[in-house]
Design a protein around this ligand. Structure first.
Ligand SMILES: Nc1ncnc2c1ncn2[C@@H]1O[C@H](COP(=O)(O)OP(=O)(O)O)[C@@H](O)[C@H]1O
Ligand SMILES: [Mg+2]
Length: 244
């Protein structure tokens, strides 16, 4: 039975893709849980289905079979409009390649989801600037993405995912393109977000440098979660990586 707690709970989740006439089952009856107030890290080899899983949890992709309860909602039973409303109000997603809009400033990029949710541009921009300020980018709000470092671009993408104060934040490989110091800063930021009561944070990573930031590590292999490790995290105990 699906839990009624307001985390993320998947059971028997299946998803296949057809490509060039060949059907490939990518999620094979998977079980996965993530709890509020924790940072859950999803790890596993390239191609094992991590992005597929978090895209389904985010409502960006459908599942073929199974149960999926997200923040108390049976996600797979929503119609397209209900799903869009749910996503715009409650879910933030940080894409692996950031997906920033190159012709818009940092503040305009962050304002986009608010405008999509019906907020007027001036108010949206004001909230976007405040969010960027909280993430240490108060001086960069007018800059275009190409005028920012990759660590700063990643923080803009995180600001855009957080600006509507979502209850669930999903991040796909947030440190993959970053050096050790920027990666460490981004993970500290994600942890500080995760420990807020009620918020669920799921981070996909295969960057061993950042495993120490997880409360729970779920390891995937070939379409299944094969191992779950619950860890005691002492924030002061993080080793600072030396940056090159
Ligand atoms: N839209 C798609 N169409 C066809 N195959 C896909 C699609 N998305 C993912 N796949 C395949 O599903 C498998 C898992 O992909 P993915 O979830 O991106 O893995 P990971 O994020 O763990 O690297 C891969 O073999 C990939 O080629
Ligand atoms: Mg992936």
């Amino acid at each position: 039975m699906a839990s009624t707690r307001e985390g993320v709970h998947c059971e028997q989740l299946e998803r296949s893709f057809d490509s060039a006439g060949v059907r490939q089952q990518v999620l094979k009856g998977l079980r996965f849980d993530a709890e509020p107030g924790q940072l859950t890290m999803l790890i596993g080899p390239s191609g094992c289905g991590k992005t597929t899983l978090i895209s389904i949890i985010a409502g960006l992709l459908g599942a073929d079979a199974g149960h999926l309860r997200v923040l108390g909602q049976e996600l797979l039973s929503l119609d397209a409009q209900q799903l869009l409303d749910f996503r715009l109000r409650r879910i933030g997603f940080v894409f692996q390649q950031y997906n920033l809009i190159w012709g818009l400033s940092a503040a305009e990029n962050v304002a986009v989801p608010l405008v999509a949710a019906g907020v007027q541009w001036p108010q949206a921009l004001e909230r976007a600037r405040a969010m960027l300020g909280q993430l240490g980018l108060g001086e960069q709000t007018h800059k275009l993405p190409r005028q920012l470092s990759s660590g700063q671009q990643q923080r803009v993408a995180i600001a855009r995912a957080l600006v509507h104060d979502p209850d669930l934040l999903l991040c796909d490989e947030p440190t993959a393109a970053l050096d050790a110091r920027s990666g460490h800063q981004v993970m500290e930021l994600l942890r500080s977000i995760a420990v807020r009561p009620g918020r669920v944070v799921i981070v996909v990573s295969h960057d061993q440098r950042v495993f120490s930031f997880a409360d729970r590590i779920a390891e995937m292999d070939d379409g299944l979660v094969v191992r779950v490790e619950d860890r005691a995290v002492a924030p002061s105990a993080y080793p600072m990586e030396s940056s090159r």
